[in-house]
Ligand binder design. Sequence first.
Ligand code: ADP
Ligand code: MG
Ligand code: ZN
Length: 476
Amino acid sequence: MAKEYETVIGLEVHIELSTKTKIFCGCSTAFGGDPNTHTCPVCTGMPGSLPVLNRSVVEYAMAMGLATHCDITRHGKFDRKNYFYPDNPQNYQISQLYLPICRNGYVEIETLDGVKKVGIHEIHMEEDAGKLIHDEWADASLVDYNRSGVPLIEIVSEPDMRSAKEVIAYLEKLKMFAQYLGISDCKLQEGSMRADVNLSIREKGSAEYGTRTEMKNLNSFTSITHAIQGETERQIDLIEEGKAVVQETRRWDDTKAESYAMRSKEDAQDYRYFPDPDLIPVDISDEWIERIRSKQPEFRPEKMERYRKEYGIPDYDIEIITGSKHMADIFEAATAICDQPKKVSNWLMVETMRLLKEKVMDPEDIRFSPEHLAALIELVDTKVINQPVAKQIFEVMFEEDVDPKQYVEDHGLKQESDEGAIRAICEKAISENPQSVADYKAGKEKAIGFLVGQVMKASRGKADPGTVNALLKEML
Ligand code: ADP
Ligand code: MG
Ligand code: ZN
């Protein structure tokens, strides 16, 4: 009988924090910017420059630790992880090895067998490295230190996950926590969330873990899923052939759908860690922890529960809207103004989701304001504009957050409510389309649709389609 295997997965997740300034200097953390413009002697590793810890980084890390049920380390410190690489100007990275800020937590994920706890071994603070740009045309490598010193937290899980599905559920959960806390946008594509996947295989029922490999910096849920499948198969094949899995770092190539060895697994001692003598220890008081705890937001499950009670919108809507903190904020603010939860929800679920998909954007990137969305709904409700015109304006709002009231004025988009004027256009349509009129009179109900279309066109979309329909029927 064929042996049954189990995949064992533990993750190391890096999350870039959205503090205004870097972890040890006052430089901006903004993404993009001309190369080496967000830099200073500290984050470019100039000899003699001294780091000063950014207090917000500690608070963001604590907030994440509290959300994931961790113990907060009262007396912590930073350590130097020594290695040479051109994107790392100091030749060491300031990180935390011995006394990470958070330990012993967990995250709950939903699986087919119910709720499951994934243990958090620790969360530590560290600095990001710069970026190398390999310019093949100039046959040169350039380095941009804008990202050097951007704060990161690394969340190290226990090897508690058993499938790609569980891994994705865990990552989604971390992302929700970070977004709801406002500590990171967690965009895998832009690298503000990065996952290293540690994976081993064991026979089902075995009490011991197998030897693991690590796959670094996977940047989409799809490539994570593929990498887990590919590496699971590779390790099972090795074991079936009686060969050993080597503990090493591998790179997953998503286009070739295979992984290759990068380097043998390094140990802590390879990095010659030692406490950073330039930084003082981090002492955290009970009061400080309580202050951070009292600022914890309403997280997604509580928000979903409240939406059910407060707004009476369908679960499906709630699921989508609360899937993004930013979208939920817009929903709540717009509803507070116009008091039309279902209408606000419809604009978000239908048109907003459609445009996001079309423009390959994230809900966190929505730019239109809740005030303008509420105003648009009011314009339709008060029959100042009709639904097709509202859609047209919404597309502009989505791009530039225009004020819909102003836009209607500027572009003369008010619904034609003067019945006399609509009647005149109808008459014209009837006299110009005798065939459709004859068809309608001969019993072809559908022919009227064409006439309505002609009238709408002639009114530049401003007539109310319902009124036009009724008028045409009456006149024929
Ligand atoms: P290191 O310090 O060498 O990186 P750790 O023990 O801190 O190693 O583990 C790093 C990650 O690897 C953790 O997320 C952990 O859950 C995971 N891990 C450890 N052992 C295994 C294993 N046998 N199989 C799968 N994942 C593992
Ligand atoms: Mg590690
Ligand atoms: Zn700097």
